[in-house]
Ligand binder design. Structure first.
Ligand code: FMN
Length: 176
């Protein structure tokens, strides 16, 4: 059975992006889903001096291994001040020191959500622009605006948005 990983670029215990990634992963049929929590992969803040002195921490290797051994990736990115949340950027930077093509051409469903009306559209655009240079194979993307108006009890309540996500999931599934 194919295996996908789903995670949020967040370390919030109540991450809305994790809620979205979990929901999207539940719509993918016939795959084993592994949900990953960045809190289980704590890392020091990246610095060249730290890398030169101590090397690359195990948790960066471990997370990269999850990517490499998966058949596909569902990732939902929080937007912090119009960019990646620090915890994600830090993991991204560490992994990029092991393998510049870290996303390893695995089919990716890339998403973002936020409480605001733009639904993390800015960070989504940043990732869509950058990931392809780093082995990223984004086959579908989706932004969920106004999370707290459109998501309840583990699922999207707005029919139009739910249909849009379902379409993205089918595209992702077909690419696995
Ligand atoms: C430091 C900080 C900056 C934020 N900047 C933005 C922003 O630029 N755009 C946005 O839509 N939401 C912003 N937010 C609100 C986040 O979208 C919100 O906290 C969301 O819950 C983060 O996703 P998560 O729950 O998955 O961690 C910001 C929140 C924090 C704490």
């Amino acid at each position: 059975m194919k295996k996908i990983i789903a995670f949020a670029g967040s370390n919030s215990k109540t991450s809305i992006n994790m809620a979205l990634a979990t929901y999207a992963s539940s719509l993918v049929k016939g795959v084993e889903v592994q949900l990953l929590d960045l809190n289980d992969f704590e890392l020091p803040i990246y610095g060249i001096d730290l890398e030169n002195e101590d090397g690359i921490p195990d948790n960066a290797h471990k997370f990269l291994q999850h990517i490499k051994t998966s058949n596909g990736i569902i990732l939902a990115l929080p937007e912090h001040n119009g960019a990646y949340a620090t915890v994600f950027k830090n993991l991204f930077d560490w992994m990029s020191r092991i393998d510049g093509k870290l996303w390893s051409e695995k089919p990716m469903l890339l998403m973002a959500t936020s409480p605001g009306a733009r639904g993390g559209a800015t960070v989504l655009e940043i990732a869509k622009g950058r990931f392809p240079y780093m082995g990223g194979n984004i086959v579908a993307d989706f932004s969920l605006p106004s999370f707290f108006d459109n998501f309840k009890d583990g699922q999207i309540t707005n029919e139009e948005l739910n249909a849009e996500l379902a379409k993205a999931v089918v595209t992702f599934q077909d690419a696995l």
